[in-house]
Design a protein around this ligand. Sequence first.
Ligand SMILES: Cc1cc2nc3c(=O)[nH]c(=O)nc-3n(C[C@H](O)[C@H](O)[C@H](O)COP(=O)(O)O)c2cc1C
Length: 346
Amino acid sequence: MTQREQRKDDHIRLALNHPESPSSFDQIHLVHRSIPSIKQTDISLHTHISSLSFEHPIYINAMTGGSKWAGEINHKLAIVSRETNIPMAVGSMHAALKNPALIPTYQVIREVNPNGIVFANIGADVPLDFAQRAIDMIQADALQIHLNAPQEVVMPEGGRDFADWLSNIEAVVRTSEVPVIIKEVGFGMSSETLAQLKAIGVKAADISGRGGTNFVYIENERRPGKDQSYLNDWGQTTPVSLMESMPFQHEMDILSSGGIRTPLDAIKSFVLGAKAAGLSRTVLNELELKGVEPTIKMIERFKAHLTDIALILGAKDMTALREVPYVLSPELESWQRQRKQRGRNL
Ligand SMILES: Cc1cc2nc3c(=O)[nH]c(=O)nc-3n(C[C@H](O)[C@H](O)[C@H](O)COP(=O)(O)O)c2cc1C
């Protein structure tokens, strides 16, 4: 097994044994209205990301591919994605781009789900031709490019050269025929980052914030002495990242991920302006601990509960959800105030 294959298996194993932190979505309170004035059959949470149309506003976010175990997980995730009609992303495809023997561990998702919406995934450090090869490998409907600088720094074998990330992304965005989604991996995004992305023509960003899977924690577990554990709280939570994204939401499709555990977390994301919510570890845990059928049931329940909550809120669609009034915790309000005072218009 190569170092890269071993790393993927380490990540899956550590994600499955990951401690839970308190949900940062508890810092947002939706205002209850006693007269919702709609009925359940009025509700459709259909959504759009760039040119793609999602029947349901949730997706399985990037995780695996690149080892035997990862390939088996992708196979099962693809069944879940097909049966529940939600999009899914594969994990970073660098492994297969460098070693063709690993291509089947990604292609399996297209074989299992020929008509589903699938996202390819690469890092921002790769050459331009990798992007097209990744898309072609699984006939992807969109390409995710992940940003993971803190993970690279804490990863024992991680990279240290981020100088070309922005220009690499720009080159892909200019030439890609499918929508490009720039995504974090659990450290969140700031308005400064989104301004950089907007300036190079990015139209979709997954702010993947802190509060769920924590790659500083995971890489520290792989690191002798875990000597960078003091960085465990690095980054912006998902709600903070969504607030940071507000000035960009009319020109960029914002996706929410990072610690989405319940349908209420997803609804709060939509109220804060996200067009869809991505789940990684919540799905991985169910899949590996319980199996494919229970995971399908969990997602069906998740979708039904999204509708239940939209009903209580009197919101018949994603646009109406954005109008739902909310109150921020003192901590979030303080973040917003301080960022405004320092010139960021959140
Ligand atoms: C086991 C595992 C592997 C992951 N691998 C990737 C990856 O290869 N590429 C990527 O963009 N994100 C990767 N992620 C990050 C997720 O896509 C997501 O941004 C992050 O886990 C936060 O979501 P969560 O809290 O729902 O897990 C991975 C997550 C997990 C749990």
